[in-house]
Design a binder for this molecule. Structure first.
Ligand code: DC
Length: 220
């Protein structure tokens, strides 16, 4: 039996994570935040003081990454070993390092099986950069969100404030633009829409409006 998959790709702060979780809850499907996998690997590497350019070492770590996603009706928590790292993987330090590490083809390859194994019945909603193009090219419905850099930086700023993480808007905007550029120009699995993706600019749109738009496109 083929497990139905819905993918939402797009840059940081485009709203894909919020909407992905809402859709997964609505459908009672599994949810995978693929960026979290890359972030957890980065956090583990930073803690172990592994050189972020040591592709082979990091790729080996990726194969056995002790990450767990724990979902409840209201929460989505992420664990590295037994530590809840849901908040710590969102720090600017981890964000910056993750975009360097995510450019490695070897690391990406070693995370592929991990991501595909999470396509479990009754279905999977997943968000990231290459979910519709590389990881799940046969996904049933694909979305690609875009939004202006200023608005995405603003959202990130508010998100970090809510998490109690110190934040500076200008620094976030500069970092976000640098990361976008790295994600879009890397040779392997660059950030780009799948040819069959629904493209939506979420700038100025409320979460409810985006949620309704996505629901209408999902015909199962
Ligand atoms: O979506 P995010 O901001 O949590 O992603 C963190 C980093 O991981 C970002 O630099 C892009 C990278 N990433 C990726 O290369 N491929 C994915 N499928 C998901 C995230």
């Amino acid at each position: 039996m083929t497990i139905p998959v819905i993918t939402i790709d797009g840059p940081s702060g485009s709203g894909k994570g919020t909407i992905g979780q809402m859709i997964a809850r609505h459908l009672k499907w599994h949810y995978l935040d693929s960026g979290a996998l890359y972030r957890v690997l980065t956090l583990q590497a930073l803690k172990a003081q592994v050189d972020l350019h040591d592709e082979h070492h990091l790729a080996a770590m990726a194969l056995h990454l002790p990450v767990r996603f724990v979902d409840s009706a209201t929460h989505h928590r992420i664990f590295l070993h037994h530590h809840d790292v849901t908040e710590s993987i969102r720090s600017e330090e981890v964000s910056r390092a993750t975009s360097i590490l995510a450019a490695s083809p070897l690391i990406r390859t070693n995370l592929l099986a991990r991501q595909r194994a999470l396509a479990l019945a009754p279905g999977l909603v997943t968000d990231g950069r290459d979910m519709g193009t590389v990881v799940f090219p046969k996904a049933k419905v694909k979305f690609f969100f875009i939004a202006s850099a200023a608005e995405r930086a603003e959202r990130r700023y508010k998100q970090l404030q809510q998490l109690g993480v110190g934040a500076n808007y200008e620094a976030i905007l500069t970092e976000l633009e640098a990361r976008d550029l790295r994600d879009q120009t890397r040779p392997v699995a660059p950030l780009k829409p799948a040819p069959d993706a629904h493209i939506l600019d979420t700038s100025g749109l409320s979460i409810d409006v985006v949620f309704q738009y996505v629901l209408e496109k999902i015909t199962l």
